[in-house]
Design a binder for this molecule. Structure first.
Ligand code: UD1
Length: 339
């Protein structure tokens, strides 16, 4: 039984991936600094899987602490989620983002190589493509200049991995996520946005719950089906399963290149208005919304060509937008009731 280290394992995607790994028989060690989540997520994970992961409250900027974990355990591979991810905040405080997201990665890679751990999955983003020239977007689409320091940390993170795989025994897979949404069907884990949510789905669920009076649709003058922006919304449980496939590819030494990249999305584009209508329909409620101006930095449309993940990773999305929006609302109600 292999042991996988999951950094940021108490975050939204990290927690769902931990459960998915446990379900496939992996031992999981979590490192998290709890900067953007709660320790109670550990209980949610344990309640679903019946197995409590080993947990270390560590900040990856402290290299010595990471070393201690590698000395104490035989770690077969790492899934690296720990990073700051608020686009606006990164524009206001770029150095915080470069420090958090890049120092952590460099420290982690150095400790991995010092301890003969060769396998890493990196949490990247479709943001690296910017507004792609052709849709759906495949992995050969050019990387566009980043719109934000956050986006830049994902691009630089990929470059750090590519360079390191060339110069060492490291093997890396970057998964470029499209828009992760939803929650575990048990409603025991889900997204925990702190403060006012920036992303669409938590804003939708908080509006439905009466926490926010009004949802703003950022722009209805895009050249899309109904004028609102189009994204590829992927259920977080499907996304978690993509990580398990990627880990297996590394451990089974199936890689063709030492650094590989895969899109993780559904392949389907959905507009903001379509998301809202679907949310209302499947959850039998009405949302209070209005159309406002575009949000700075937003692109018109992005959805994935998933052929590479389908054929090479043997992964594809199985859950629908409806499934994801039902689970997101169930999770929001659970959050309310546990207050
Ligand atoms: C954003 C980030 C992306 C990051 C991802 C996950 C930008 C430009 N991109 O993606 O880098 O990886 O979050 O954190 O910020 N919307 C509304 N009203 C709202 C909120 C959102 O209309 O209150 C719209 C947005 O304009 C967008 C769509 O909903 O068209 C999705 O927005 P969001 O969930 O923030 O994701 P992205 O912007 O695609």
């Amino acid at each position: 039984m292999h042991t996988i280290l999951v950094t940021g394992g108490l975050g939204f995607i990290g927690a769902h991936t931990t459960v998915a790994l446990q379900e496939q028989g992996f031992e999981v060690i979590i490192i998290d600094n709890l900067s953007n989540t709660r320790l109670s997520v550990l209980d949610g994970i344990t309640a679903i899987s019946g197995k409590k992961p080993i947990f270390y409250k560590i900040d990856l900027k402290e290299k010595g602490s990471i070393s201690q974990v590698f000395k104490a355990h035989k770690i077969a591979g790492v899934i690296h989620f720990a990073a700051s991810k608020a686009v606006n905040e990164s524009v206001e405080n770029p150095l915080l983002y470069y420090q958090n997201n890049l120092t952590s990665l460099v420290n982690l890679l150095q400790v991995m190589l010092e301890n003969d751990c060769q396998n890493i999955i990196f949490s990247s983003s479709c943001t690296v493509y910017g507004q792609a020239d052709t849709l759906p977007i495949n992995e050969d689409a050019p990387i566009k200049p980043a719109e934000s320091p956050y986006g830049n940390t994902k691009q630089i993170g990929e470059e750090i991995l590519l360079d390191t795989t060339k110069a060492s025994v490291l093997k890396a897979i970057a998964l470029r996520y499209f828009n992760p949404i939803g929650a575990h069907h048990s409603a025991l884990i889900g997204e925990l946005p702190l403060g006012v949510p920036q992303n669409l789905i938590p804003f939708v669920t908080q509006t439905a719950a009466g926490i926010r009076p009004l949802l703003s649709i950022f722009g209805a003058d895009y050249p899309t089906i109904d004028g609102t922006a189009v994204r590829d919304y992927i259920h977080v449980v499907d996304l978690a399963n993509a990580h398990v496939k990627a880990v297996a590819r590394l451990l089974d030494k199936k890689q063709i290149d030492a650094f590989e990249v895969f899109n993780v999305g559904t392949g389907k584009g959905t507009s903001v208005l379509q998301v809202i209508k679907t949310f209302e329909k499947v959850n039998h409620l009405k949302l209070n919304y209005k159309i406002v101006g575009r949000r700075a930095g937003d692109i018109t449309a992005a959805y994935a060509d998933t052929a590479k993940a389908n054929t090479i990773l043997g992964w594809s999305a199985t859950q629908s937008l409806e499934d994801a929006l039902i689970s997101a609302w169930k999770w929001q109600k659970k959050l309310q009731s546990s207050k």
